[in-house]
Structure formats: structure tokens, C-alpha cells
Design a protein. Structure first.
Length: 539
């Protein structure tokens, strides 16, 4: 079997202008980045077309350490749908360099079901991640300078909340001290780094509906707390316009293609375990304006990615998926069991979603295991189809594509029924997600989290009714990554609360989850190289 990168290298790519032509995108709306990538102006978004397009979410049961192949299934489904005569577009997130050089080695799909050019998509792409990193750290520099320049005026923040970010897994940067040296080197402060996908700027980019909305959200970012208890925001420094300028190009969705020249939008890249895990609202709405079917994914298992997709992205963007595809693997079942799968099915149905199970087949799966899974699906009244897109491309996803189209026509999803109400308190929202989706028995809070929740309730941050984004391990319904399956009645401890007033969500840090991951003992960087002019080791 050829490697992913060999398959990608042998694929016959079309100039990006030809891909744009298949979507009837006028030339003046695209800005090429080389021959095979382009930015597309979101002015093409058409509300009526968005309402008519059918949005399909791809999520999965709880993953194994190597994942369950959601991107491969998402791309494969788009390939399969186009093979059966449907105008389908896939809209995905951008990969982060952290996992690419850490655990994963890439995130552009696999085998004959990839988005291309995979090397560029997995590496620097069109510079969106760099723009987010730069904008985030520009705010840090401006904030430090503001405090330094105004100290003689008696200005001081009781608490600085804003951190720097870097798109690298670097545990040594989780806790750092800045401003060491002479008096002119700044004010000494303890701070730290998050990874770029966890930046509030990334969340803002993914949720903004326009340039004006982007600017409004940036101005509203809370950087710290004054001594009088009031929040200090980007708008107080008067630099919101400068930060918006840094993000202007990044705001435009990126157009690429698949191994079979199907159009694909790749835009935005928050993780689902430490952020909200969805591609941008703009790229989703743009794809829906140009295609009859749009396939998108949300990160990790449905308890994280799908919950946040429904309760945050769909709620705020007014989206209602026509169907959810739940990716299941035999490997995942052997680790987590059928109880885990059953809980994910029940959770997705609680949102009013129709479900199709995609059995993402691997080479070592036995016929007996596949038949057992098919029997389980039949007994639970969930239609299923085998996905062989990894080995066969679109041909291997035709069965899944046909089933998806038929299910949408016969049994489309009902209007979304959210996990919590918008007017619920932040504490009630957290409790409902933990108890309804995770099946926790209780939720506890650190003193810091309790204090911040009280500040929210007391209106310290203004009147806010934001959705909650729980940062939690992806490997378990609980906060312990070593507890697979479908645990019940455990406690979820919320160690901290982060008010993302720009992204308009409340991030609850559960358990020991880190917003700056570390590298494994043998990172993928050891296997990435350039040989005879070709990049090797990405997948």
C-alpha cells in the first residue's frame, strides 16, 4: 500500500481556477496562493442558498490514540456524493503544526481520500495560523507596553488574563516569567503560553460573520481585571483596528481540492478538546452558498466536537444540519465497547438529529467484527454503511453517500433541540452538558472557578448569556483519559473559567486538560524529512 504522501504526490491536481469554475465562482472573487490554493471572498455568501443547502456533520464515537478517521470519511463522503451525481463540497478545519509534528503527522485525510496539496495544507498553508498567532501576540505586546507606559499614571491590572500563543507543542512554555532584566525591559510578570488553536483570536476568526463583526469581537476581548473589579478590554487600548488589519486575509476562506478534484474549503483550526473544534462559520456558509450538500466535521468524539458544533456554532450561526454521520471503527469498539457507541447515538438523537453510521473499515478488521457491528446498528434502528474511501477513494464511499442522501430525503433531522437554554446560568449550562452528555453524577468547582462564575452572575463582565465550551480530555466521557467506555456517576471538576467575551463563549477547564500540549517521547518530527527534494513523513 502506498503512503498518504505518495498518493498525494501522484494525484493529478487541477489549477485552482478550474476548481473555482466548477462552483461558478467569478474570477474577481478568488485570490490564488500558488497554483492549487486560493482565498475566496465571502461576499459570495447568499442567505437563500444557505437555507436550501443540506449541511451534514461528521463526528465520531470516542477516539483511540490514532483517531477514528473523521477527516478521511468526510472527504470520502464528498467524493462519493459527487460520484453519484450530487454537488457536494467538504468544509474542514486547518491542521495545526503542534499535532502534525507531535502525534499525528498530518490532518488532511488519508489514502485516496485526502485534501490537496497535503504538504502545504499540513504546513504553513495560506498563513492563517501565523496571522492568528501574530494577532494574539501583538495584543500581548501592546498590553505589556500599555501597562509599562502608564505605570506612572497609577494604572495597574489586578489580574492579567491574556496569554501568548505558539503553534508548537511546548510544555516548557506553559508557565513563564516575562520582563526580567533592567527597568526598561518591562514589568516582571508570571504568565504562560497556550497553543494557537486555543487562542480566543482563533475562536473569533471561526465565529465572525463579517469584517465588522470581527472588529467588534476583537474590541470586546477581556485582557485583565482592573483594581476596581471592572474588565480591561482591547477597546480600552484603542488597538482593535490594528489587530483586525492583521487578520483581514485570514478571514477569507481557503479553497483547495481533493484527490478526485472535488472542491474543498479548509479554514480555521480550533481543537475540540480545548476549544470549540469547528471550522469557520464563513467557510461553512460560503460552501452552502455554492453546493447542494456540504460535509463538515467537528473534532474528536461527539461528546466534544458535536456538542460544541450544535450548542455553539449552530446556535450562533443559525445552522441546522440535515443529518449527522457518526464514524465508528472496530478499533474504537474494542477500546470503548458498544456502550460508548450507544451513548453517542443517544446524545446525537437528543439534539433531534437523524444519524447514519459510517463504518470506517481498516485492513485488519474481520468480517465477523463488521457483521456484529452491522447487527448492532440494525437492532438500534440506525442505518449504516461501510466506508472504504481510504483504499478506493470515492468509489469506496458510494454506498455511504447513497445512504446519506436517501436518509436526508426520507428522514431529515428535526430542528435542533439544544442541550441547554440560552437564558440558563453559566453554572447550569456546565451542569447540563456534564450530566446530559457525559453522564457525570456531579460537578465541582475550584475556588477560582467559583469566584469567576460569581463574577459572571454579578454582571462584572456585563450582561452575558454565552454558550459554554468545556475543555476536557477527548479519550473518555469523564475527565480521566484512562477511563474508556461509558462511565457513569463520576465527578467533573472545573478548575478554571475563562470568559471569552470576544468569541462570546465561556470556557470551562475540566480536570487536568492542558491548553498547551506537550510532545510525546517519539514525536512525528523524528520521521519528517526532505528526501531527494520531496517531503516525507507527513500523513
Amino acid at each position: 500500500m502506498k503512503t498518504d504522501i505518495q498518493i498525494a504526490r501522484e494525484a493529478k491536481l487541477k489549477p485552482i481556477g478550474e476548481i473555482a469554475d466548477t462552483l461558478n465562482i467569478p474570477e474577481q472573487y478568488i485570490e490564488p496562493y500558488g497554483r492549487y490554493m486560493a482565498k475566496v471572498n465571502e461576499a459570495l455568501i447568499h442567505d437563500e442558498k444557505v437555507r436550501k443547502s443540506r449541511l451534514i456533520l461528521v463526528t465520531s464515537m470516542s477516539p483511540t490514540k490514532s483517531g477514528n478517521g473523521k477527516t478521511t470519511v468526510s472527504v470520502g463522503l464528498a467524493l462519493g456524493m459527487n460520484r453519484i451525481g450530487k454537488k457536494a463540497i467538504v468544509a474542514l478545519r486547518e491542521p495545526s503544526l503542534g499535532p502534525c509534528f507531535g502525534m499525528k503527522g498530518g490532518a488532511a485525510g488519508g489514502g485516496y481520500s485526502q485534501v490537496l496539496p497535503m504538504e502545504k495544507i499540513n504546513l504553513h498553508f495560506t498563513g492563517d495560523f501565523h496571522a492568528v498567532t501574530t494577532a494574539n501576540n501583538m495584543i500581548s505586546a501592546l498590553l505589556d507596553n500599555y501597562i509599562y507606559q502608564h505605570q506612572s499614571d497609577g494604572f495597574l491590572l489586578k489580574e492579567v488574563l491574556w496569554k501568548r500563543v505558539l503553534d508548537v507543542n511546548d510544555r516548557s512554555l506553559r508557565h513563564v516569567v516575562t520582563g526580567l532584566g533592567s527597568r526598561t525591559d518591562g514589568i516582571t510578570a508570571q504568565t504562560g503560553f497556550d497553543i494557537t488553536p486555543a487562542s480566543e483570536i482563533m475562536a473569533i476568526l471561526c465565529l465572525a460573520s463579517s469584517v465588522d463583526d470581527l472588529r467588534r469581537r476583537i474590541d470586546n476581548i477581556i485582557l485583565g481585571i482592573r483594581h476596581d473589579g471592572k474588565p480591561f478590554r482591547v477597546s480600552d487600548m484603542g488597538v482593535g483596528g490594528a489587530i483586525t488589519v492583521l487578520l483581514l486575509d485570514a478571514l477569507h476562506p481557503n479553497l483547495v481540492q481533493t484527490t478526485e478534484n472535488t472542491p474543498a474549503f479548509i479554514h480555521g483550526g480550533p481543537f475540540a478538546n480545548i476549544a470549540h473544534g469547528c471550522s469557520t462559520v464563513l467557510s461553512t456558509r460560503l460552501a452552502m452558498s455554492l453546493g447542494d450538500y456540504v460535509i463538515t466535521e467537528a473534532g474528536f468524539g461527539a461528546d466534544l466536537g458535536a456538542e460544541k458544533f450544535f450548542d455553539i456554532k449552530c446556535r450562533k450561526a443559525g445552522l441546522n444540519p440535515a443529518l449527522t454521520v457518526l464514524v465508528v471503527t472496530i478499533r474504537g469498539l474494542k477500546l470503548h465497547g458498544y456502550e460508548n457507541l450507544g451513548r453517542h447515538i443517544d446524545n446525537i438523537r437528543s439534539y433531534g438529529q437523524s444519524i447514519v453510521i459510517a463504518i470506517n473499515r481498516f485492513g485488519d478488521d474481520t468480517d465477523a467484527d463488521i457483521q456484529e457491528l452491522q447487527s448492532y446498528c440494525k437492532s438500534n434502528n440506525v442505518p449504516c454503511a461501510i466506508n472504504n474511501a481510504f483504499a478506493e477513494g470515492g468509489k469506496g464511499a458510494e454506498e455511504l453517500a447513497t445512504l446519506v442522501v436517501d436518509t436526508i430525503e426520507r428522514h431529515p433531522s428535526a430542528p435542533l433541540s439544544f442541550c441547554y437554554e440560552e437564558l440558563d446560568t453559566a453554572k447550569d449550562k456546565i451542569a447540563k452538558v456534564c450530566k446530559k452528555i457525559y453522564h457525570a453524577g456531579s460537578v465541582s468547582y475550584s475556588k477560582t472557578a467559583e469566584r469567576k462564575l460569581k463574577d459572571i452572575a454579578d454582571g462584572v463582565y456585563g450582561y452575558i448569556n454565552y454558550p459554554v465550551c468545556i475543555a476536557k480530555t477527548q479519550y473518555s466521557f469523564s475527565t480521566d483519559p484512562n477511563v474508556p467506555g461509558a462511565p457513569e456517576e463520576f465527578n467533573v471538576n472545573i478548575s478554571d473559567i475563562v470568559v471569552n467575551a470576544g468569541a462570546e463563549m465561556i470556557v470551562a477547564i475540566a480536570g487536568d486538560i492542558m491548553r498547551m500540549p506537550g510532545l510525546p517521547k517519539s514525536p512525528m518530527a523524528e520521521r519528517i524529512d526532505i528526501v531527494d527534494g520531496f517531503i516525507e513523513g507527513l500523513s
